[in-house]
Design a protein around this ligand. Structure first.
Ligand code: AMP
Ligand code: GLY
Length: 413
């Protein structure tokens, strides 16, 4: 099987590494690159922002499967255009991707499907937003309706800060959600969906804040681990009927089949699991922890989902190991990451047993340099989370670049 992966982050590099390890896959191509991807796959094109040109580059390679990593090309309709060109693609249509790109749409689908989530008020002017805040107690949750790369959400005790964020969002996308605060602990659950049915992957957790102890600003994700002691695969299976199937059913009612990955951002509180958000793609950095634990074929699974035929494959199989991923970020991340620093120790890190190094913001295959906010993901597997964490941090200690930032407490909190 020939597979194309679209995207240029560590998530895509992890997908490429998983495909390369599978006997069903003969060749792996990439659209989008970094120093790691360029070393592991044939790069068809480095840019995927122009949909028309991306479809041309991909079609020429005659792939059996295309997997789109990031949300932007999904929302821009890459899957629709590839389908029109007769290319089998795993990922949602632009319309189905609204589950991620419009929080108001997602809330409306959840409401109709009877899926538990925080009650939200959709506001299009400041008076409405003020009113919505007045009827709630702190902490306040204020969200941009539109995609904002993780920067659209403010959770604060301070009413003035909540209102200031609402004002800023209204000046931008023009639509803000004020919603009830959900207490609890978060988890990420990925469902592979074929339009009708869904199969969950192993639950994972990411660490969104920059600093140890869950302090500092929100980021794209500073680390992840899987599996979870407090949310098992059995718990995940329960959510097929409580979350995935009702959502797929409601989407079908609206005339939009959801094929692709449905990422349920969950808040676990006692026995309940409520939805914080949906994404329509693999999570980053959770994917870097989840895929190394998958012992069955990802390519066969995604082909079956893309063909609307998940019932033809077995549920994914998992090793008994644990995986921990530590993200190494650039100086100045997340507000103003600095590019250019020389990276050393990559070869030494990769020789630590059970360690996988995936690249995100890197460039220059022969002498890698920093070229983005999140630079590398260092994943280790082990027989326990403690063992995996020890190996991951041993590998981290080998890598150096100026201003390198990382958390020391991944999988501890
Ligand atoms: P989102 O982009 O919707 O996932 O929000 C980003 C982060 O804000 C989440 O991962 C949560 O940590 C937090 N958050 C969002 N909505 C809520 C909520 N209703 N209650 C508590 N925390 C929330
Ligand atoms: N890990 C958060 C995300 O992928 O959106």
């Amino acid at each position: 099987m020939k597979v194309v992966v679209v995207g240029s982050g560590a998530r895509e590099h992890a997908l490429i590494k998983k495909f390369k390890s599978e006997s069903e896959v003969s060749e792996v191509f990439a659209v989008g690159e970094n120093a790691g991807i360029a070393a592991d796959a044939e790069v068809l094109a480095s840019d995927f922002t122009n949909i028309k040109e991306t479809v041309i580059s991909i079609s020429k390679a005659r792939p059996d499967l295309v997997v789109v990593g990031p949300e932007a090309p999904l929302v821009a309709g890459l899957v629709d255009s590839l389908a029109n060109a007769g290319v089998r693609t795993f990922g949602p249509s632009a319309k189905a991707a609204e589950l991620e790109s419009s929080k108001a749409f997602a809330k409306s689908v959840m409401h109709s499907a009877g899926v538990a989530t925080a009650l939200a008020s959709r506001c299009t002017d400041l008076d409405e937003a003020k009113q919505a805040l007045l009827t709630r107690k702190p902490p306040y949750v204020v969200k941009d309706d539109a995609l904002a790369s993780g920067k659209g959400v403010v959770v604060t005790e301070d009413e003035r800060q909540a209102l200031a964020h609402a004002k800023e969002v209204l000046l931008g996308s023009g639509c803000v959600l004020v919603e009830d605060f959900l207490p609890g602990k978060e988890a990420s659950l990925f469902f592979i969906c074929d339009g009708e049915s869904a199969l969950p992957l192993i639950p994972a957790r990411d660490h969104k804040r920059l600093l140890d102890g869950d302090l500092g600003p929100n980021t794209g994700g500073m680390g992840a681990y899987a599996p979870l002691p407090d949310f098992t695969s059995a718990d995940a299976s329960r959510l097929i009927e409580e979350v995935a199937h009702p959502i797929l059913g409601e989407m079908n009612k609206r005339g939009v089949a959801f094929k692709g990955l449905l990422y349920a951002g969950l808040m676990l509180d006692g026995g309940s699991a409520r939805i914080v958000e949906f994404n329509v793609r693999f999570g980053d950095p959770e994917t870097q922890s989840v895929l190394p634990l998958m012992s069955s074929s990802l390519a066969n699974l995604l082909v079956a989902a893309a063909d609307g035929d998940l019932t033809s494959v077995n549920a994914p199989q998992w090793s008994d190991a644990a995986a921990v991923t530590v993200v190494l970020a650039a100086d100045g991340y997340p507000s103003s990451p600095k590019a250019g620093a020389q990276i050393s120790g990559l070869v030494e890190a990769a020789t630590v047993p059970n360690v996988i190094v995936t690249h995100a913001g890197t460039t220059n295959v022969n002498a890698p340099r920093v070229n983005g906010g999140r630079v590398l993901s260092i994943t280790a597997t082990g027989e326990s989370a403690e063992r995996a964490r020890d190996s991951a941090y041993r590998a981290v200690s080998k890598i150096k670049f100026e201003g390198m930032q990382y958390r020391g407490d991944i999988a501890k909190v």
